[in-house]
Structure formats: C-alpha cells, structure tokens
Ligand binder design. Structure first.
Ligand code: DGL
Length: 261
C-alpha cells in the first residue's frame, strides 16, 4: 500500500455522498473513488444475500482500482454485509463501516435513551441494538419511505414534511436524549428532523466516519500529503438526482461515469 492510492467509498446511491463529503473536507488531499449502486437502490428493502453480493462486486472493483481503504458509506450494507466483507477482504485492506463510529459516539456522549431511524435492512439486522443495548435503551424504527423520497429530491417540501412527521411524532421518541440517523441518506433531511424533535441531539455518521478513516490511515502511515488526482464518481445507472447532489457537494466539474457491475 502507498499513501497516493485512492480510497473507495460506496453506497446504494447518493446517501454515501454525505460521508464522502465529510471525508473530503477532513482529508482534502485524498483521491476518492465513489461508487453509487443506483441500479440496485434501495438496498434497505433487499435480502442480506443480495446486499452481500452487490457489496462483494463493488469491493472487488474498488480493489481492482488499487484502493488503500474501503468505506462502506451505507448502513444497510454495513449491517447486512460488513462481517461478510471483513471475512473476504479484511486481510487485504482496511474496511470502515459507518456503524462503529456512530455507536462509539453514543457511548462517548453518555446517552441513556436513543431513538434510531434507518432502513428495514438496518433495523431488522439488530446490529445497532446489540452494540448499544447493554448501556443504552434503543427505540429503532424502520423508515423505508425516506430513501426513495430523498433520491427523488423531495427533501424539503410538504410531502417530505408529512412523511417525516408521520415517522417521528411517536410516543417512543418522546423523551429520547438523541436520535441516530442510521442511514447515510438522512443527513440530507437533518434540518427538518431537528424541527420535529426540538431539544434532541441528532447524530449522523458523516464526520465520525471521516475521523475513523483518518485514524486508520494515520496509524497505517497511509495519509496522502499532496493532492494528485481528482475524485471519481461512478454509478451503476444514471440518475439526474445523483448527478445534481454530487455537484452540490463536490462542484460542477465532477468526473461522473456510469459503470454496471
Ligand atoms: N444510504 C443507505 C443506508 O445508509 C442505503 C439506503 C438504501 O438504499 O435503502 O442504509
């Protein structure tokens, strides 16, 4: 491995861009190769086997591109395929999942009762519940309409507000200390979520994951000191909303290509 090698980041679609953006801000010299598996979106409604297969193909591709680390910028893939990917690729390359840094943050902040919203794949996996429940009461709720809504660009209109209100105004979220946005798409609706839960800490996996990646690369002596290559964005099926969102985060001149795996 060499510091100038790229970092591979993937998600089912545009959600992982929230993590990639945080990585870019913290580590501006790094060359990122982002893969959004828009052809198979949403992951949250798929079986674990299907998510494992998609993730396997993506990591195989990212390895073929010479990546020095992989970030699974998707909670559904981290929970359904994280262990599976570690078993197959963990000896070759560091793999960072979005779950662990968020769990660590909850423990660091000392929260005792948290709400969690995520896809069905993530809530049904029980991964967050198992990681937290010894010390923290967790109220997990699947919110499957949010990813298609966000991918459609509905982040702040009356439809998105009605859906978010329906999901959040529930008795189990009444006296929580924090709400975990356990899907990387959800930071895109963070401001509305905060409006519905005043006084509740809203946590997402963007900056904590970027910091975890920084630590991993630093410890391995793999931090890139000088920017040499532009970031690359690949999607398995073209969607205009991905293109627009990537431009919002990374500027108009992004290198966006379609690659079907
Ligand atoms: N951004 C994703 C996650 O963190 C994937 C959502 C989906 O495709 O269902 O779970």
């Amino acid at each position: 491995m060499h510091p100038s090698q790229p970092i591979g980041i993937f998600d089912s679609g545009m959600g992982g861009l929230t993590v990639a953006h945080a990585v870019h801000r913290l580590l501006p010299n790094e060359h990122l190769i982002y893969f959004g598996d828009t052809k198979h979106l949403p992951y949250g409604d798929k079986s674990s086997e299907a998510i494992q297969q998609y993730s396997f193909n993506i990591v195989t591709y990212l390895l073929s591109r010479g990546c020095k680390a992989i970030v699974i910028a998707c909670n559904s893939a981290s929970t359904a395929a994280g262990d599976f990917l570690h078993q197959r690729f963990g000896h070759l390359i560091p793999i960072i999942k979005v779950v662990d840094p968020l769990v660590q943050k909850v423990h660091e902040m000392g929260f005792r009762k948290v709400g969690l919203i995520a896809t069905k794949a993530t809530t049904q996996s029980g991964v967050y519940q198992r990681a937290l429940e010894e010390k923290v009461a967790v109220h997990a709720k699947a919110t499957p309409l949010l990813v298609p809504m966000i991918e459609e660009g509905f982040t702040r209109n009356h439809i998105s507000k009605a859906i978010i209100e329906e999901y959040l105004l529930k008795p189990e979220f009444n006296d929580i200390d924090a709400l975990l946005l356990a899907c990387t798409h959800y930071p895109l609706i963070r401001s509305i979520v905060e409006e519905y839960l005043p006084g509740v800490h809203v946590l997402d996996s963007t900056e904590v994951t970027a910091k975890a990646l920084h630590k991993t690369l630093q410890e391995a002596g793999l931090l890139c000191q000088k920017r040499e290559q532009e970031n690359e964005f690949l999607i398995s099926d073209y969607t205009e909303t991905f293109d627009q969102q990537a431009q919002i985060f990374f500027g108009q001149d992004i290198d966006l290509r379609t690659l079907s795996l």
